[in-house]
Design a protein around this ligand. Structure first.
Ligand SMILES: CC(C)(COP(=O)(O)OP(=O)(O)OC[C@H]1O[C@@H](n2cnc3c(N)ncnc32)[C@H](O)[C@@H]1OP(=O)(O)O)[C@@H](O)C(=O)NCCC(=O)NCCS
Length: 187
């Protein structure tokens, strides 16, 4: 069996591959189906695809979002759409798509974050991701250059995870992280 992992920028991904990715995510998220907004959130950044003997078996995306860490803008690589074909769980494939993303931290992307599902939580914790220790907000101001209008997102305090390096190495209970509002789930 030959396992191959590639990282593609958005413009390098063809239509046929996008169709394959969508089908994989529909399989991986069968218990909690991916909405059109969730799918759109995977677009625009980098895509990691793992194939076994040519068949797509695992996928993850990372998109850049400017967030406010304690009021200061920070480019965050936000991980979306991590999914492994259900027939292929617990074979290390989740790790094969997350490792190239984690390797971007401190290089192209200053910091990494994601919002986990219940199922994903033990997987991410085992890889070294850590629960966000502070408070989360969404910025609902009309444009990025406007004065931020922050609303608390208390439910997200529980599901936001960060890669504890770079700007997220020293965060604590008083830290505040705000994302910009978007269609669908803000976080
Ligand atoms: C979460 C998911 C990506 C994990 O993929 P995977 O290929 O099965 O995970 P791996 O084989 O790389 O797991 C590595 C380690 O993570 C932990 N882990 C993974 N899944 C776990 C689970 N369901 N329960 C407990 N620990 C788990 C284990 O420590 C595992 O090591 P082990 O198998 O030697 O015990 C996969 O279950 C999935 O696609 N789930 C549905 C979609 C989803 O919820 N995605 C996350 C969105 S935030």
């Amino acid at each position: 069996m030959e396992r191959v992992t590639v990282v593609r920028r958005q413009e390098e991904l063809g239509r046929a591959e996008l169709v394959e990715v969508r089908a994989l995510l529909d399989d991986a998220f069968a218990d909690d189906p991916l909405s059109e907004d969730d799918w759109q959130h995977c677009q625009g950044g980098r895509h990691v695809l793992t194939r076994e003997d040519g068949r797509l078996v695992a996928y993850a995306a990372v998109v850049e979002r400017v967030m406010l860490l304690d009021g200061v803008p920070l480019a965050v690589g936000y991980v979306e759409g991590v999914g492994v074909r259900r027939s292929h769980h617990r074979r290390g494939l989740g790790g094969t798509v997350m490792a190239p993303i984690e390797a971007l931290a401190g290089g192209d992307l200053a910091a990494l974050a994601l919002s986990t599902s219940d199922e994903g939580l033990p997987f991410y914790l085992a890889r070294g991701w850590r629960p966000w220790p502070g408070r989360t907000y969404v910025d609902t101001s009309a444009a990025p250059h406007r004065r931020p209008q922050l609303l608390r997102t208390p439910d997200e305090d529980e599901s936001l995870l960060v890669w504890p390096h770079g700007p997220f190495a020293d965060v604590g209970p008083d830290s505040e992280l705000a994302c910009r509002a978007r269609s669908g789930d803000d976080w």
